[in-house]
Write a protein that binds this ligand. Sequence first.
Ligand code: SAH
Length: 355
Amino acid sequence: MMNELSVIEKLKTTHNAGRDELVFLLNNITGNGREALRKAAQETSLRQFGNKIYIRGLIEISSYCKNDCYYCGLRRSNKNAVRYRLTEEQILSCCETGAALGFRTFVLQGGEDGYYTDERMCGIVRKIKDRYPDCAITLSLGERGEESFKKLFEAGADRYLLRHETADEAHYAKLHPESMSGAYRKELLYKLKEIGFQTGAGFMVGSPFQTTENLADDLLFIKRLAPQMCGIGPFIPHTDTRFRDLAQGSLELTLTLLSIIRLMNPRVLLPSTTALGTIHPKGREMGILHGANVVMPNLSPAEHRKDYAIYDNKICTGDEAAECVRCLAARMRSIGYQTVTDRGDYSEKPIAGQL
Ligand code: SAH
């Protein structure tokens, strides 16, 4: 007989579970199960990383986007969105601030903005690498395509985040216009890995039309792809989208999924996201206690913060970079963890002892 504790035990010892077992666990987990799962995930994370939390400096480079993802506040047909893009100089200045604050990873994220041609983007990557040779660059710029990815990798980018959003292609089609395809997005993730990027997949929890089976398939897709990073956070409605009246993803479910992802992928770099911090004041702390090991303070220029509005009520839109770092470091300390300035690359070996 399947029961929640047997599935949790299997996840803990084999780092795997079948689709039926995952669906069962997600549908039937009780308070006891949640605590057992959380504890197992936290222990796994502590074994791999110790109580050290990697920090990534997030630079939101553009709110222009040529895509039209139905859930996203920056989708091109949102006429109310305030659009901005950072110049090379502004991006470099964010990196300068970040480097002084101890960051060794810069994450350049943005909408799919044609302004950043391969030439421009490679130039920016080279300049950052030139000035900060010991820093890693993570890009999160959408579906640029294989040739573009190769050029960016050759220019020196180390990592690429491209959430698959949902592994189920029919579900994907309910969240995106016809011009986009879930199959293509997944294919790009395999390409990114093949090119040599430390690659990040991920999905929103509680996205419109999402079923428990969809979530099980997301977990199994991540297991198959074996990405080095995985970003998940609750879906949060944006007022200027068709999903404005829908409920946000639940805190408990997001935490449960973080824990399952940690157990299935013990070494994966797993952020406790801003979206999690947006739906609960202690969301990011809870994410760490459920197995996450990364936080991403915002380094974007304060005057543009509020305009990178992918969902409503995003936190940290009024803070300067230094405040974001201090605040997150204090939050981590409050739960017995310590933010560190390591590059925090993916490692096949447990690194807890080396830090
Ligand atoms: N254009 C880039 C970056 C997108 S923003 C790309 O396509 O990869 C990063 C992530 O924010 C998205 O992958 C999506 O999972 C998440 N996101 C977008 N809208 C959201 C919403 N309304 N609620 C929660 N997360 C959202």
